[in-house]
Write a protein that binds this ligand. Structure first.
Ligand code: TNX
Length: 501
């Protein structure tokens, strides 16, 4: 029985530097909690790193650590200090526990990769501050107190780089508003799991959430409405600038979306001239329907200057290379022309547009990104023209769908069983072509509080993080699930009210 157990343990270890017989010997030598760390499971890391070599033994940290780091670790150092504060591990120059951070020049680490070596001390190296930042996140997940209140780390060498550049999450702040404080928390939480794109769906029929100079009614009227039961509100330009900086310090790019030319009732309610003359309902909307509103495309002299003003200000506020122009769920004979013009406007402003998949019918420059959201949408013709895609197929990535079948206040139009964690993990980006990355989406028609948002986002966002970062050969659902259990203390540390089954 014991031998079988050991075989089972050994079979669990991926990329392990310790031989099986050595491991069996270790098993008899070590104390219980050391055993747990050195062997039996995968390291408690999400997303799982690309390469791990484990060595025998552990490193026990003293009650304090000393950090040795270059000036240029300008976000990695503060990130590490935040983690140390969070776990109450003090800094002390005379400590025997050293954490060395260094910039190196190793092409295989790329722009975001890192190497973390835990031996008699901790060495973290990367080509860039971003790489160091991600190494800090990995280290932070290993800094979990054992039962006896000690930090005991496995001796390992981890070399890690992301699979995809785009590791995203979308929050719909238009149907129901999310306050700045929540977004900050969310950015911090995303970064802990190496997610790096926060797409903000800023406008829709039920609300307009971003201040646009010269158009005060967008936020006076559009900012005051919300879906029924949801929260209203808007972000001032100052708040956006602060959020952008907060996110930059955590290597998260804020990607703004103004949804055009449909999903625009809030804008039309604010400025009635944006509607066609025969439209009668010009009031704010708080229902759940989609696809009924549009900017008037037969009044180009009114519509395009508005669109240009909004895009110009978004570009000034958000440094993101990509600006999302929406483009979903609308029928209009002039739709394709509109999308083509809007994507070129973004280009003239020095950025690149993203459009939901429907925008692929327009004559767009091939560097425009398309966001795939219907599992079955035929994106092939757009791929043939050279477009790259963000993967958000709704039956895997729509986290406004239930954590389980029939969860209250969730949608099921895309998948009647909801999108349980296992389903979220089953998306295989490698089955698609020309993929820049993965993005899960939380629409907010039915999500009206911070707690509900936490419940819809976590732990499923851990699946998004791993799909986007970790290569297919290291992904395995049972192992992932056991690592989800291991990172629960981290979710608790971050005060996340995650869904618990
Ligand atoms: C589809 S996905 C939408 C949203 C809804 C969502 C609800 C997409 C581009 N449009 O307007 O909020 O379904 O699940």
């Amino acid at each position: 029985m014991k031998i079988l157990y050991l075989l089972f343990i050994v079979s669990f270890i991926v990329g392990c530097g310790t031989s099986d017989s050595h491991r069996a010997a270790l098993d008899t030598e070590l104390g219980t909690h050391e055993k747990a760390i050195v062997q039996d499971k995968q390291l408690p890391l999400i997303p799982y790193p690309q390469s791990i070599t484990r060595h025998s033994g552990t490193l026990q940290l003293s009650q304090s650590v000393v950090l040795i780091a270059p000036q240029k670790a300008s976000t990695a150092m503060p990130a590490l200090i935040r983690v140390l504060d969070e776990i109450n591990l003090k800094q002390d120059a005379s400590s025997a526990s050293k954490i060395h951070i260094q910039l190196v020049d190793e092409p295989i680490l790329g722009a975001e990769g890192y190497r973390l070596i835990i031996n008699n001390d901790i060495k973290l190296s990367a080509n860039s501050d971003a790489g160091l930042f991600y190494g800090v996140q990995t280290l932070s997940q290993l800094l979990i107190k054992q039962q006896d209140s000690l930090f005991i780390l496995p001796k390992v060498e981890i070399t890690d780089t992301p699979t995809f550049a785009w590791r995203g999450n979308m929050l719909d702040v238009a149907r129901s508003f999310l306050p700045v404080e929540y977004l900050k928390q969310h950015i911090e939480r995303m970064a802990r799991f190496k997610l790096n794109r926060l797409h903000l769906h800023l406008t829709d029929d039920q609300g307009w959430r971003v201040e646009i100079a010269g158009y005060p009614k967008l936020t006076e009227i559009g900012g005051a409405s919300a879906v029924e039961g949801g929260r209203s509100g808007f972000y001032t330009q100052d708040q956006i600038r602060q959020l952008v900086k907060f996110a930059q310090d955590r290597h998260v790019t804020l990607v703004p979306e103004v949804d055009l030319p449909g999903h625009t009732q809030a804008a039309i309610a604010a400025y009635n001239r944006l509607a066609c003359d025969d439209v009668t309902n010009l009031a704010p909307y708080n229902g759940l329907e989609v696809g009924f509103s549009k900017l008037c495309l037969t009044k180009p002299e009114t519509t395009y200057p508005f669109v240009k003003d909004v895009l110009t200000q978004l570009v000034a506020l958000f440094p993101s290379k990509y600006i999302h122009i929406g483009g979903d769920e609308i029928k209009d004979p002039l739709y394709a022309e509109f999308i083509g013009r809007a994507t070129r406007m973004v280009e003239e402003l020095g950025r690149t547009a993203i459009a939901w998949e429907e925008g692929s019918v327009a004559d767009n420059n091939p560097d425009v990104l398309l966001q795939l959201w219907n599992d079955k949408y035929d994106i092939q013709p757009a791929l043939a023209r050279g477009h790259q895609i963000i993967l958000s197929p709704c039956s895997y990535t729509y986290f406004d769908h239930g954590n389980y079948t029939g969860q209250a206040n969730t949608y099921d139009w895309c998948r009647k069983e909801g999108v349980p964690l296992e389903r979220a993990y089953q998306l295989n980006p490698q089955n698609f072509k020309q993929v820049i990355g993965v993005e899960s989406a939380m629409w907010s028609e039915l999500v009206h509080t911070n707690e509900a948002a936490d419940n819809r986002l976590w732990p499923r966002l851990l699946a998004t993080a791993e799909l986007a970062w970790t290569e297919e050969r290291h992904r395995d659902y049972p192992r992932f699930l056991s690592r989800v259990d291991s990172v629960i203390p981290i979710l608790d540390r971050l005060n996340i009210k995650y869904y618990q089954d």
